[in-house]
Design a protein around this ligand. Structure first.
Ligand code: CP
Ligand code: NVA
Length: 304
């Protein structure tokens, strides 16, 4: 089916992503000026959440409301998805009723199957493999602060998880160098890493990874679905906390980001996340603006 989806950052070209970033910044400025802009009047977003969410749900729902459209929250507990209706059938049915669908689920293959059977654009709102919407917000936030990503150095410290995999894709698409430091056994997806070639390096020493970095990023040590591994992971990741010692290795003006929710005292110390390098609140807010740009692009490409 000839419809654009956003399952990973690689679904868009680097030029499209750059335009999306500029549009997100414009839409943010428009909102701050109090401009009413409703390009998605009468459009409906279906939101399938198989995992918890605060930021993703609220930012998508607010985006649709501000754009003059509507969003429907769907959880497996209250839909036939939770009772085993095939994903293909759900995709066929939902996509005949709504204009765009976002999904947060476990296996990445599930969202690929859904998209293959959907007549309307499907947005990845987090799978076990990727979290591309968060990367739109992160890239926008960095661009707002520093102008551009090209040629910059980003250090990813911690788990080689969905966020890390999407950072690897971002390094390719936005042309920056990514240094990943994670403990052995917690590496990012090998295929994703391999495809990035020389854009990304993997090592075990977080201090070396952070050296001279323009941006330091981390995420939880146990992602959703890994709660039972929490104690083991806390031991494995003990020397990977982003703290003042790590930030001291980075550039003096280095920024710190975290997709949130955060665990102070685990993957990040309180003095870093609540300190002068941290831009996590702008990063969280930009979920709204970046996803507005994404929705506009997918639903009214001529104006985006
Ligand atoms: N960062 C992020 O996706 O947050 P939520 O899980 O609250 O949506
Ligand atoms: N890696 C985290 C991100 C949460 C937004 C998770 O998957 O739980």
């Amino acid at each position: 089916m000839n419809v654009r989806h956003f399952l990973t950052l690689l679904d868009f070209t680097p030029a499209e992503l750059q335009r999306l970033m500029q549009r997100a910044i414009e839409l943010k400025a428009m909102q701050k000026r109090g401009v009413i802009y409703e390009p998605l009047k009468n459009k409906v977003l279906g939101m399938v959440f198989e995992k918890s969410s605060t930021r993703t749900r609220v930012s998508f729902e607010a985006a649709m409301a501000q754009f003059g459209g509507h969003a429907i929250f769907l959880s497996p507990r209250d839909t036939q998805l939770g009772r085993g209706e095939p994903i293909e059938d759900t995709a066929r049915v939902l996509s005949r009723m709504v204009d765009v669908i976002m999904i947060r689920t476990f296996e990445h293959e599930k969202i690929e199957t859904f998209a293959a059977h959907s007549q309307v654009p499907v947005i990845n709102a987090l799978t076990d493999l990727h979290h591309p919407c968060q990367l739109l917000a992160d890239m926008q936030t960095f661009i707002e602060q520093r102008g551009e990503l090209r040629g910059k150095t980003v250090a990813w410290i911690g788990d080689g998880n969905n966020m890390c995999n999407s950072y690897i894709d971002a390094a390719r698409q936005f042309d920056f160098q990514l240094r990943i430091a994670c403990p052995s056994g917690y590496d990012p997806n090998p295929a994703v890493l391999h495809a990035a070639g020389g854009r990304c390096t993997l090592e075990r020493d977080p201090l070396r990874a952070a050296k001279g970095a323009d941006l330091v990023v981390t995420d939880v040590w146990a992602s959703m679905g890994q709660e039972q591994e929490h104690a083991q992971r806390a031991r494995s990741f003990a020397s990977y906390q982003v703290n003042a010692e790590i930030m001291a290795c980075a550039r003096a003006d280095a920024l710190f980001m975290h997709c949130l929710p955060a665990h102070r005292g685990e993957e990040v110390s309180a003095d870093v996340i609540d300190g002068p390098h941290s831009i996590v609140w702008d990063e969280a807010e930009n979920r709204l603006h970046a996803q507005k740009a994404l929705l506009e692009f997918l639903l009214s490409p001529a104006s985006a």
